[in-house]
Write a protein that binds this ligand. Sequence first.
Ligand code: B12
Length: 211
Amino acid sequence: MSQHIEAIRNWVIKGKRVEAVEETKRALAAGADPAALMKDGLIGAMSVVGQKFSSGEFFLPQMMIAARAMTEVLPVLKPHLVGEAAEMRGKAVIGTVAGDFHDIGKNIVKMMLEGAGYAVVDLGVDAPPDKFVEAVKREAPDFVLMSALITLTMESARRTIEALAAAGLRGGVKVGVGGAPMTQKFADEIGADFYGADAYECVQACDRLLH
Ligand code: B12
């Protein structure tokens, strides 16, 4: 791992946002690969934080300050990660499912989709099935994208798909799901059109399904 990536990772784990931002700027100025800074630096830091939380070494406050540090680094990386799309490709409604307040991954997916030329309507966090249904009626999107980070809230994705079907809207949209506990198997089980392990896979799946 490069020195920059290791430093960014450590600052984020410690929740040192000023240092994390400064190190990211230095890394970019030195020509570091922005995708690697995101994947190995920021996302890598979050998985270490998750492990420390599981093992009891970290508590909620440490997880929160690490998340805040990551959130502050994202706008620094954004212009280096996403290009300017020449044309509008499609439209997506995205949200974190009911009962779930995690939004870092959702925001990265949104950022990458916008960079790839999609219009994205963001329903925020803790979005219940009704909110997705209303948004689909209002926005007529090509895609409904749901993020879930907690094993229990994955069921909210199932309920949202059921609500779309009950409203007669399921056939008009492609549904994608993601978030750390999600799997292809669960996506198949709840009748989603695709599962994506990361933001790049989400953009690829949308591009593929659009054509
Ligand atoms: C940061 C964090 C928090 C922050 C969230 C801040 C925020 N604004 O989001 C705070 C501190 C608030 C928090 C709170 C809680 N958290 Co938390 N949190 C995390 C942590 C450490 C990192 C999550 C993260 O941001 N990862 C980085 C992003 C980039 O990854 P990602 O979300 O997976 O997204 C990527 C992909 O999954 C994918 N993707 C994401 N969404 C979508 C959508 C689509 C359509 C597609 C295709 C792809 C896709 O692309 C993204 C980019 O590549 C995880 C640990 C982990 N390993 O995930 C625990 C974790 C998710 N949290 C956990 C828990 C238990 C909680 C709390 C219940 C704790 C508590 N006791 O209160 C609360 C939940 C409150 C609630 N109801 O939501 C558990 C969940 C356990 C489980 N499996 O059920 C985890 C796994 C920690 C652990 N090891 O125990 N948390």
